[in-house]
Design a protein around this ligand. Structure first.
Ligand code: FES
Length: 386
């Protein structure tokens, strides 16, 4: 499909050429031993218990490679729960994927790291909740999580992998940013993602409790920059990646590099989505059990729905930035305004931008209640929609 009109500029009514799904994310399972209150999994995950079989996943990987996918992420839930993970890694390696395991480290051990290495896994990312044992374990909902994560981060490095750590930061741990970075230095991490919570799924439900104040955010960014300079001067090659929440921006993010442009995720039950949150939208998404990935990517209604510019309303439709930010995030627009064709409220041109500035104002106030909704089966069942 072509997006160009006869003068070569993109036509408003055409669906622009979409690329290949370079990045395939396999959400192998929603099972997870932890219960992070900022998890991006669907709220009703406990009622989605069907999982693709080993053979079905292998078929998905094959079809993905044929479509041009080069990077394959194993995530969840906790992907370590899947007993066939080594087989899936091995198959992915034979197909030529660069593969990445995104894990909490809980359930990992020395033997498994060795098996993954032998099977051809390229990269392991271990996530932490905090640099402080009690905060980490409180957020994870497990007394042993922190100790286990430290052990596994060291093991991953010992077995020759780069150490890639991910800290989700928020109101409760962002003031410890210096301790977080010190811990990463002590662990000899190579890459650290200091990513402030994105407010989807469980994080959206707990937003009041998680969104940091502007001052917290600015302080954390300043300290990270100071550490960057100090560490670089000392010859430490660690890379600190600081990701701010879009709630403190005036222009939206170009979510997923555009709808159905480079990213394809498959959920445990085989539903194929253009982003990991899209299942919440009132759109029928295809399943890999019923269609090939080729059909899903190129022909399906769900993947074509927000490609191009036809779906846009004002102010996106006439906005000079629309080819850069695609109107922002469809899921965020839907979650916050009830209509996914609205501009992402992060945009200051959006008539719903006050929803973002209101949330920022709430963040400046003392917390009204400290209780968070943890991601667990009991809480998930509350969100069941038949
Ligand atoms: Fe779904 Fe942004 S998370 S489009």
């Amino acid at each position: 499909m072509s997006s160009s009109s006869c003068n070569g500029s993109p036509s408003l009514n055409a669906v622009p050429t979409h690329g290949q799904p370079l990045w395939l994310l396999a959400e192998l399972t929603y099972k997870c031993p932890l219960q992070c209150p900022y998890c991006a999994n669907p709220l009703d995950f406990a009622n989605r218990t069907t999982e693709l079989t080993t053979a079905e996943w292998i078929k998905v990987f094959e079809e993905g490679r044929k479509l041009g996918a080069v990077q394959l992420g194993f995530s969840g839930g906790e992907p370590l729960v899947r007993q066939d993970l080594v087989t899936l890694i091995k198959e992915a390696r034979q197909m030529g994927y660069y593969s990445n395991l995104i894990t909490s480290g809980v359930g990992l051990n020395e033997r498994k790291v060795g098996e993954f290495r032998e099977a051809g896994l390229d990269h392991i990312q271990v996530s932490f909740q905090a640099a402080d044992e009690s905060v980490n374990n409180m957020l994870a909902g497990s007394k042993k999580a922190f100790e286990q994560k430290l052990k596994m981060a060291r093991e991953v490095k010992a077995q020759g992998y780069p150490m890639v750590l991910n800290f989700v930061t928020h109101r409760h741990n962002i003031d410890q940013i210096d301790r977080i970075i010190e811990l990463c230095v002590e662990l000899e991490a190579d890459y650290v993602e200091l990513a402030t919570c994105q407010y989807y799924g469980w994080a959206y439900e707990n937003r009041e409790n998680l969104l940091p104040t502007r001052a917290q955010l600015e302080r954390a960014e300043r300290i990270t920059n100071e550490y960057r300079q100090k560490l670089e001067a000392a010859g430490n090659p660690i890379k600190l990646i600081f990701v701010t929440p879009d709630y403190y921006e005036e222009r939206p993010k170009g979510c997923m590099n555009g709808w159905g442009q480079v990213f394809l995720t498959v959920t445990p039950d085989g539903t194929a989505l253009p982003c990991h949150s899209a299942k919440m939208l009132p759109i029928e998404f295809p399943n890999v059990r019923d269609h090939t990935l080729d059909h899903i990517w190129n022909e399906s209604f769900g993947f074509n729905h927000y490609r191009g510019y036809d779906w846009m309303k004002e102010p996106c439709r006439s906005c000079d930035d629309k080819e850069k930010d695609f109107g922002g995030c469809r899921c965020q627009a839907y979650m916050m305004t009830g209509d996914a064709t609205n501009a992402d409220p992060v945009c200051s041109k959006s008539e719903h931008h006050h929803l973002i500035t209101d949330a920022r104002a709430v963040a400046e106030q003392p917390l009204l209640h400290e209780e968070m909704l943890f991601r667990n089966e009991k809480n998930s069942k509350v969100f069941f929609r038949s």
